[in-house]
Design a protein around this ligand. Structure first.
Ligand SMILES: Cc1cc2nc3c(=O)[nH]c(=O)nc-3n(C[C@H](O)[C@H](O)[C@H](O)COP(=O)(O)O)c2cc1C
Length: 283
């Protein structure tokens, strides 16, 4: 099996260097390896097997079959229940114990996990505001956002039911700005999430793919601990805002941020998934 970039789903105005595209493929790779591990399959994964073809991200080969580890079964079960929760959160329970676990999950994928303190969080909120203001004046971005949110058809995208209302969105100042949605917004409280940054040593495709694998492990790990999570990629998306992020968090290669906390509202209906035969071809 080969993992490859889907050239029809790139977002050049939003993700000019395809960093998030590769990170998203890393998430898919980690999900696949985890799901097959839970079914008892060990896979051999060769990343970037063809040096001259960087769009061929990995080759996967089934190796041996045996009893799955409980930890793989638990993590794979999280794939079917996790969702992006864009509402404000209550503070996460057990955070001092969970943080080193998440850090170790990232380390296994050569990715660092940097915790955001309260002062830096305020700076991130200001950077988020600037990013939104710049994007409001960018018609190409707005066209892509509309496509991402649902214009791609009923099998893909983020429906209004997964987006918070204007009032709930205002209580999460670090989130990406979307059109206001209809998801349950929970009690009137300001966001008390913890925020972490996933950081790498450089911006090579190898590091981005590994960062995506780490991101998947973090999202699934949070679900196992009954915590909500939300990816925030807009902060490091534009070169100008990324430069401010670099200064704010003191890391040279910030890739993606994740908000983690206790849910305050029931989750929205699950976002649609593309049919498996569209994304997986077994030859
Ligand atoms: C690389 C990457 C970047 C993302 N950036 C954002 C973001 O900036 N804001 C956001 O609300 N969701 C973001 N997401 C979450 C996706 O929108 C979401 O995972 C997808 O719509 C599927 O929905 P689900 O997570 O509820 O299953 C990102 C996901 C990935 C993999």
């Amino acid at each position: 099996m080969a993992l490859a970039v889907d050239a029809d789903r790139l977002l050049p105005a939003t993700d000019a260097f395809n960093r998030q595209g590769i990170i998203g493929c890393g998430v898919a790779l980690h999900h696949a390896v985890t799901a097959w591990a839970a079914a008892g399959w060990r896979l051999r994964v060769e990343r970037f097997p063809r040096p001259t073809d960087r769009s061929h991200l990995a080759s996967l080969e089934f190796r041996e079959h045996g009893d799955p580890l409980d930890s793989d079964v638990e993590l794979a079960a999280a794939i079917d229940i996790r969702y992006t929760d864009r509402a404000p959160y209550a503070a996460p329970h057990g955070w001092p114990d969970l943080l080193p676990v998440l850090r170790e999950l990232c380390r296994r994928h050569d990715t660092g996990l940097s915790m955001i303190d309260d002062g830096t969080r305020e700076t991130l909120a200001r950077i988020s505001w600037s990013a939104s203001a710049l994007r409001r004046r960018d018609p190409d971005y707005r066209t892509e956002l509309a496509w991402w949110l649902g214009g791609a058809g009923p099998d893909a995208g983020v429906p209004a039911s997964a987006l918070p209302s204007r009032e709930a969105a205002e209580r999460v100042p670090t989130n990406r700005e979307f059109l206001s949605g209809t998801s349950d917004q929970g009690p009137e409280q300001q966001d008390q999430a913890q925020i972490v940054a996933l950081v790498t040593d450089d911006d090579t495709v190898e590091s981005l793919l590994a960062c995506g694998e780490a991101l998947s492990a973090v999202l699934l790990g949070c679900t196992v601990h009954e915590l909500s999570s939300c990816v925030m990629s807009h902060l490091a998306e534009l070169p100008a805002t990324r430069a401010r992020v670099v200064e704010a968090i003191g890391e040279s290669h910030p890739q993606i941020f994740v908000r983690i906390g206790r849910p305050t509202a029931p989750g929205p209906p699950r976002t649609p998934r593309r049919p498996v035969e569209e994304v997986l071809v077994i030859e």
